[in-house]
Design a protein around this ligand. Structure first.
Ligand code: BMA
Length: 340
């Protein structure tokens, strides 16, 4: 019997591997054949990482950050039958604007992919007089229509909730600078129409724990559970050798997501394996998407590793929520609705 329920559809063929016999720390275990996407995965693309996937037509589809051989990142479409082995389109996604004219951002990275009602939304980082959030929508993964940029620059980390809350679309984001941003908290904003965003509220500050002491940012789209919105996010620390990116976990109030109910003081994943510690940018674990099975409570998380690979790890709703609650440390800026 599962105590904590995931409020999402059943995914019969979801990627899964049973846990190892002994788990010492957070109940997240890596797929044994990680990384699932290695270098030079498709023509003209040197690395794929920080990418998002979703169940689609009894299989899986995803939007992938492909670092081209000219060094410019763009978004590529990928398809998979099992969520583990991926085939990519050779051409990057060509968007069109609302008048039907072609639109190709100068660069696009760290895409997320979230279904709200009958539409799939892509959210990424692009140039808009500096780093800012770009968005597009699709219903069939053939036609991608760009929609208005939701926020002013600078902002590089936006994650949409998978359903409206109190009648509005809701999005987490992390205002920043245009560079490597040595600061940053998570905020939440609402929109009645995906064009006008407001009612901005502070959600969580960077933490006092070393692994999230510099900045934090949304990771995978929040997962609806009977305990609240389960959020996997990234936390960053600065070391004498550069930044280290880990994954953290929190549970947000279901009707008022600026209120954090539980926040785990321990990281849930931190760079430990060779593909997380070695690569274009060493020591990066950067979660961007989950696949969740409403029937069993199983969760598979997809994360970028060392800005070079895609890794996959598993947990269950029961285990991870229990762990987050047992290790929760909340501060005033977490639990308040947020100043206006
Ligand atoms: C962040 C983003 C991510 C990247 C990370 C580590 O600022 O640009 O795309 O994975 O840095 O380099």
């Amino acid at each position: 019997m599962n105590d904590v329920k995931l409020i999402c559809p059943q995914v019969k063929n979801m990627p899964w591997q049973d846990p190892p016999e002994k788990i010492l720390n957070a109940p997240f275990w890596r797929y044994k054949s990680n990384p699932i996407i290695g270098r030079n995965p498709v023509k003209n693309v040197a690395r794929i990482f920080n990418s998002a996937v979703i169940p689609y037509e009894d299989a899986f589809i995803g939007v992938f950050r492909g670092e081209q051989v000219n060094g410019i990142p763009h978004i590529y479409l990928g398809r998979s039958k099992d969520g583990i082995h991926w085939e990519f389109e050779e051409e990057k996604i060509l968007f069109e604007d609302e008048d039907g004219n072609p639109f190709m951002p100068r660069y696009a990275y760290d895409p997320r992919l979230v279904k709200v009602e009958d539409t799939y939304y892509l959210i990424w980082c692009q140039d808009f007089y500096g780093a800012a959030i770009g968005m597009a929508k699709t219903k069939d993964f053939k036609k991608f229509v760009r929609i208005e940029n939701p926020f002013l620059p600078f902002n590089r980390n936006a994650v949409l909730f998978p359903r409206k809350i109190n009648g509005n679309f809701v999005m987490l984001s992390r205002p920043s600078d245009s560079g490597h941003t040595p600061f940053g908290d998570i905020f939440v904003s609402e929109s009645p129409d995906m064009v006008y965003w407001g009612k901005h509220r502070h959600v969580m500050s960077k933490g006092e724990e070393w692994w999230q002491s510099l900045k934090i940012g949304g990771g995978a789209a929040p997962i609806e559970t009977t305990e609240g919105w389960l959020l996997f996010y990234h936390g960053v620390t600065g070391t004498c050798n550069g930044y280290v990116y880990s994954m953290g976990g929190a549970i947000l109030d279901i009707n008022q997501p600026s209120v954090v109910k539980y926040r785990c003081e321990n990281f849930l994943l931190t760079p430990e394996e060779w593909y997380e510690e070695q690569g274009f940018v060493p020591n990066v674990v950067f979660p961007c998407a989950t696949i969740c099975d409403g029937e069993t409570g199983r969760i598979a998380i997809y994360y970028g590793a060392a800005d070079s690979y895609v890794g996959l790890a598993f947990t269950t709703a029961d285990q991870i929520v229990k762990y987050i609650k047992e290790h929760s440390v909340l501060r005033k800026t977490d639990t308040e609705i947020g100043r206006r």
